[in-house]
Design a protein around this ligand. Structure first.
Ligand SMILES: Nc1ncnc2c1ncn2[C@@H]1O[C@H](COP(=O)(O)OP(=O)(O)O)[C@@H](O)[C@H]1O
Ligand SMILES: [Mg+2]
Length: 250
């Protein structure tokens, strides 16, 4: 085993070859964020390497090059945290992982560890039904569902499927309006351009999820930041409709 990190992990033999170069850094960042050793390697995706620590929490360490996290990666991390935090207040709270904290210095998301095997469901149809009910619960609180993927769900010991991976959910309605207010007031940063934000606001006005007068005032204030925004945008149905139903991907 790799001497640099083999002793930090209880199951180093399960780390796939293609992520071996990243594991030492990831394990050290999880420990710096507060994970207790030894770590159990749980899985890897496009964005994160996930360990469970001895305290029973899962630590999603965001993958990045030596240049550090991009603004986009940082937004994926905070978006995932906010989605899970808001989901905990809805009727589907029992089917989503609990979330504990963002660790910005280490670029780590701390959430509930859900032991079990993701994906490979005998019955993906019932998982799809659950996904639709998660979407129904989240749209009223201002979030789209994440893209549907079997590997984002883990089955608990008692048989309950739990959604763990929330990459790429979108803010809807007054949630995006509040986010735009925060961006305009420099209360938060984000990767989206003023142009992107105007696009989202116009889409939500068309969906009647933001009142027209208030939404157009937001667009006017965005236009003060970027005068090119007027071009190509109108309320008369240009642009894609919002993603109401998450697309199915096997
Ligand atoms: N809370 C968790 N508990 C247990 N295993 C997890 C947890 N979160 C993720 N995993 C495992 O790690 C893998 C990668 O995590 P995921 O959040 O899906 O990252 P990505 O956003 O990169 O796809 C998952 O497919 C799953 O196998
Ligand atoms: Mg994933």
């Amino acid at each position: 085993m790799n001497a640099a990190w083999g002793d930090l992990l209880s199951n180093p033999e399960l780390v796939p070859l293609h992520v071996r170069d990243e594991i030492g850094d990831a394990a050290h960042r999880a420990a710096a964020a507060g994970a207790r050793l030894p770590l159990e390697f749980m899985g890897v995706g496009m964005y994160g390497i996930v360990f469970c620590g001895r305290e029973g929490h899962a630590w999603k360490v965001f993958r990045m090059g030596p240049e550090g996290p991009s603004r986009f990666i940082f937004d994926v991390l905070t978006g995932e945290f906010e989605w899970l935090r808001d989901a905990a207040e809805t009727p589907i709270s029992g089917n989503v992982a609990k979330v504990f904290a963002v660790h910005p210095d280490e670029v780590v998301l701390e959430r509930e560890c859900v032991p079990g095997t993701p994906g490979g469901w005998a019955d993906e149809r019932s998982l799809w039904d659950l996904h639709v009910s998660i979407e129904k619960a989240m749209v009223p609180v201002g979030w789209s569902a994440p893209e549907f993927k079997g590997s984002s769900y883990i089955i608990r010991e008692d048989g309950t499927p739990v959604l763990v991976d929330i990459s790429m959910a979108q803010r809807l309605g007054m949630n995006i309006a509040g986010y735009v207010e925060d961006r305009l007031a420099a209360r938060r940063e984000g990767h989206e351009t003023w142009h992107d934000l105007a696009f989202f606001v116009l889409r939500e006005i068309r969906e009647k999820a933001i009142p027209k007068e208030y939404g157009m005032d937001l667009v006017r204030r965005l236009n003060e930041r970027d005068p090119s925004i007027k071009e190509g945008f109108s309320l008369e149905g240009r642009g894609r409709p919002r993603p109401r139903q998450a697309g199915f991907r096997a």
